[in-house]
Design a protein around this ligand. Structure first.
Ligand SMILES: *Cc1c(COP(=O)(O)O)cnc(C)c1O
Length: 428
C-alpha cells in the first residue's frame, strides 16, 4: 500500500459515522464506496447533506459511457470523434511475440504495417495522436536543426495543437518562409540554400480547420518534393486514399478538397502524419507513414517509446485497417454513416412515428473540412429537450435550432432508432 492510501484509510477510520451512514444511504447510485464517502463528506461540510444523492448522480455521469449522437456531426470532438467499440473480454495477445519463431516480435508489425499497405507506404509507425506524430517526426529527423515551413501553415488546430509550439518541443527550430497568404516554392529554395545542412526537414501542414481565401498561393506537395530535404506532410485528417475504394458509391463529393495519404505520398512526400480518429475512422492515434529508412530512424528515438500505444488501440486500428484492405467501408462505422443516402435517412425518420421528419445538414466535424455540409435527415420536436435527453441512461445528444430539438439520424446507429422514438414520445 502506498503511503498516500495508508493515510487515506487512517483518516477514513476517524471519519464521523454520519458520513458513512450518508454514503451507505446513497449506495444505489452505483458508485464505489470511497467515492460516495468523499461526496457525503463534502455535502456535510457544505451544510447540504440532502444534496449528496444528486452530487453522486452527477459524479457518476462524469464517467465514460456510451452515448447516442443525434447531432449529425460525424466526428464530434466532445463525443470521441469517430465511433469505436471500446469494450472487449480480457485476453493476452501476441503484442510483442512473433508466433512463427517464438522470439520477441514488434508491435509495429500489427496495425502499422497494414495501414502502410493500405495507403501505399513502405512502412508506418503509430503513436498516441497526430500531435505526437508530428512531434516525434521532427524530434527524430530534425532535433537541433531547422524545419522549413510556410508562414501560412503555422496554424492552431483545435485543443491547443499549435504547430510552432509542437515544433519547439520536438527540439527542432522553426525556419519560417513566405507570408500568411502567399508562399512560393522559391521561398523554400532560398531558405534551404541559406541554412544549408541546418535546414533538416521541409514541413507541409494541411489547413484542416480554416481556409485562407482570395489572394493566396502555396506550393503543391509535388513542388516541395523537388527540394533536397525530407518532406513531411501533416495531412491531419487521415483520408487514406482519395479514390475511396472501400465505398461502393465511390468518393463522396464533400471530400473533394481533402488531401489523402496515398496521393500525398505519390506526389513525393517522404512521410505523412495523420490522426487515427478523424477520416480514418478508428481510435485516437497518430500515424506516421512513408519511407522505411525514415520510419526506422524515427522508431529509434527515445520519444517513440514514450508515445507508443498499447494493444487496445493497436487492436482497434488493426480491425479498421483490415476493413480498408478488404474494401469493406461498411464495417467502419464512420464510413458506414458518412455514406448513408438521404433517402434511407428520410425513410428512417418517417418510420420513427414521432416528431416531425425534417431535412438536416450533417457535418464531418473533428476539425476537418470547414464549411462542408452533408445533406441528411432526422426528426424535429418543438421545444428544447436536450437536458432531458442527456439525462437518460444512454444519453442522447441533440441540437436545438430555432426552438426545435433536432435529431439527425446520420450519426445514429439504426439499432438505436427505437430508443430515439421512445425518448421523443416521453418528451411530449
Ligand atoms: C487534427 C490535426 C492534428 C492534431 O491531431 P490529433 O490527433 O488531435 O493530435 C494535427 N495536424 C493536423 C493537420 C490536423 O488536422
Amino acid at each position: 500500500m502506498s503511503p498516500a492510501s495508508a493515510a487515506d484509510s487512517d483518516s477514513a477510520d476517524r471519519r464521523p459515522p454520519s458520513v458513512d451512514t450518508l454514503a451507505r444511504s446513497i449506495a444505489d447510485v452505483g458508485l464505489p464506496h470511497p467515492l460516495l464517502v468523499d461526496i457525503a463528506r463534502a455535502a456535510i461540510a457544505d451544510g447540504a447533506p440532502d444534496d449528496a444523492r444528486d452530487r453522486a448522480v452527477a459524479r457518476r455521469r462524469q464517467l465514460l459511457t456510451p452515448v447516442i449522437n443525434g447531432t449529425g456531426t460525424l466526428l464530434h470532438t466532445n463525443l470521441g470523434r469517430a465511433p469505436i467499440a471500446w469494450e472487449q473480454d480480457a485476453t493476452y495477445s501476441n503484442l510483442e511475440l512473433d508466433l512463427t519463431t517464438g522470439e520477441r516480435g514488434s508491435r509495429m508489425a500489427t496495425a502499422p504495417s497494414l495501414i502502410a499497405r493500405a495507403c501505399g507506404a513502405e512502412d508506418a509507425i503509430v503513436v498516441n495522436n497526430c500531435a505526437a506524430a508530428v512531434m516525434l517526426v521532427l524530434a527524430g529527423l530534425a532535433e537541433g536543426k531547422g524545419v522549413v515551413v510556410s508562414r501560412g501553415e503555422l496554424v492552431e488546430i483545435g485543443g491547443g495543437f499549435r504547430v510552432p509550439e509542437v515544433m519547439e518541443r520536438s527540439g527542432a527550430r522553426l525556419i519560417e518562409v513566405g507570408t500568411t497568404n502567399r508562399t512560393r516554392i522559391a521561398d523554400f529554395e532560398r531558405a534551404v540554400a541559406e541554412h544549408g545542412d541546418d535546414a533538416g526537414v521541409v514541413l507541409q501542414v494541411h489547413q484542416s480547420n480554416y481556409r485562407i481565401v482570395g489572394f493566396t498561393e502555396a506550393p503543391r506537395t509535388a513542388e516541395l518534393a523537388t527540394i533536397d530535404r525530407p518532406l513531411v506532410a501533416d495531412i491531419g485528417s487521415g483520408l487514406l486514399d482519395s479514390r475511396c475504394g472501400w465505398l461502393a458509391s465511390g468518393p463522396p463529393g464533400w471530400l473533394a478538397r481533402e488531401p489523402a495519404a496515398r496521393q500525398t505520398l505519390e506526389a513525393g512526400a517522404d512521410l505523412v502524419t495523420f490522426s487515427g480518429d478523424k477520416l480514418f475512422g478508428g481510435p485516437q492515434a497518430g500515424i506516421i507513414a512513408g519511407r522505411a529508412d525514415l520510419i526506422a530512424t524515427i522508431a529509434r528515438h527515445p520519444l517513440a517509446r514514450a508515445l507508443r500505444p498499447g494493444s487496445l488501440v493497436l487492436g482497434a486500428l488493426q480491425s479498421t485497417a483490415l476493413a480498408y484492405l478488404n474494401g469493406d467501408g461498411d464495417s467502419i462505422p464512420f464510413w458506414r454513416m458518412a455514406a448513408l443516402s438521404v433517402d434511407d435517412l428520410q425513410a428512417r425518420a418517417a418510420a420513427l412515428g414521432v416528431g416531425t421528419p425534417t431535412d438536416t445538414e450533417s457535418t464531418p466535424g473533428g476539425g476537418t473540412l470547414p464549411e462542408v455540409t452533408i445533406p441528411s435527415a432526422g426528426v424535429a420536436s418543438d421545444g428544447d429537450h436536450r437536458t432531458r435527453l442527456r439525462s437518460r441512461d444512454r444519453p442522447i445528444i441533440a441540437r436545438v435550432v430555432d426552438g426545435r430539438t433536432i435529431i439527425d439520424l446520420r450519426t445514429v446507429d439504426p439499432s438505436d432508432d427505437a430508443e430515439i422514438a421512445a425518448a421523443l414520445s416521453e418528451a411530449r
